[in-house]
Design a protein around this ligand. Sequence first.
Ligand code: PLP
Length: 400
Amino acid sequence: MRVYLDNNATTIVDPHVFEEMEPYFVQKYGNPNSLHSFASETHPALKTAMEKIYAGIHAPKEDSVVITSCATESNNWVLKSIYFEQILTGKKNHIVVSEVEHPSVIATAKWIESMGAKVTYLPINHEGLIEAEKLREVITDKTALVSIMWANNETGAIFPVYEIGEICAEFGVPFHTDAVQAIGKVPVDVQALNVDYLTFSAHKFHGPKGVGALYIKKGRELTPCFHGGSQMGGYRSGTLNVPGIVGMGKAMEAAVDALDFEMTEVRELRDMLEDALLEIPDTFVVTPRNKRTPNTILISFRGIEGESMLWDLNRAGIAASTGSACASEDLEANSVMEAIGAAEDLAHTAVRFSLSRYTTEEEIEYTIEVVKKAVERLRGISSSYAYAPEGHESGLDAHH
Ligand code: PLP
């Protein structure tokens, strides 16, 4: 049996999405900006797809949704544009990000810091959550941007973006949120939220890879991402990725349609897996279930390197993740677990299981069986587990 439980990394393309994209490779391949029928036959599908994308996040017509190549591009674009317009010009000198943003935000923030700006890395608490009120203590009149993700890719922790948006609005500071892990998992409505920029990526919700987007509220215009032929309202020049946009449109529609299913059935399967894994002694989950996206579990198995667990799982056909960069000689701790201040042996033993609407009960039953065997085998050969002192501190609250 092959079981895919790494949906926070990427997802299977929904067959209906693929079907809708297919004609735009070989049959209707015209450049939409050309002046002939090959071009015009792409227009209806592009229009429909963009309408679906706008509808999916409740964006009003006057706001912009710019299709990019990925969320990494969207995140880089917002932060760098703010740097060029606000910081390099000397108007402002500070940005705020959380300490557990995706590398596409963290690494960009570090670059901005290296250029001389101040960056505040807002900490997470022992449950892996951001406390919105902490933002008040760090915003200054020189703050150019707050960028805090909606849902964390490692733990699934849902951050208080509504409160954060309100605080930003109160201080008149633009707010960007990376909503990559939120689309299709929680309702996303840019009008219900005080948000100026919002990033998402099709391949995380059963759409194609290589298609991301950035929502931009009217009045919060950015420096163009690419200068050139003025596609995408002049924001991002370059020939449009017609099949990709069509795919994102269909995937967004399907994700919105499946939201209830995700929040009930997928959550139930996730909880079934989590309940069973927490029956194993010395296992820890950081963020409480009701404060997480419905599909994600980050669980530590004391005494077992996350990578060793992944090898055992992979041999049994199961795909999961440690969420940490892995160099062959240097096993890195999970960055979120480190940020929480978890004991090192737990930070190194975290494994992420992320489900999707395609996950079945049989797959979960099989996974439970395989994980239990793997824990027994790996703890049997683990010197650190055998010699773990009595009452050894985890640094964490266990959520059993
Ligand atoms: N932001 C978050 C929260 C993510 O989980 C990811 C992907 O792992 C990204 C950004 C980057 O997405 P993309 O692969 O579209 O660049």
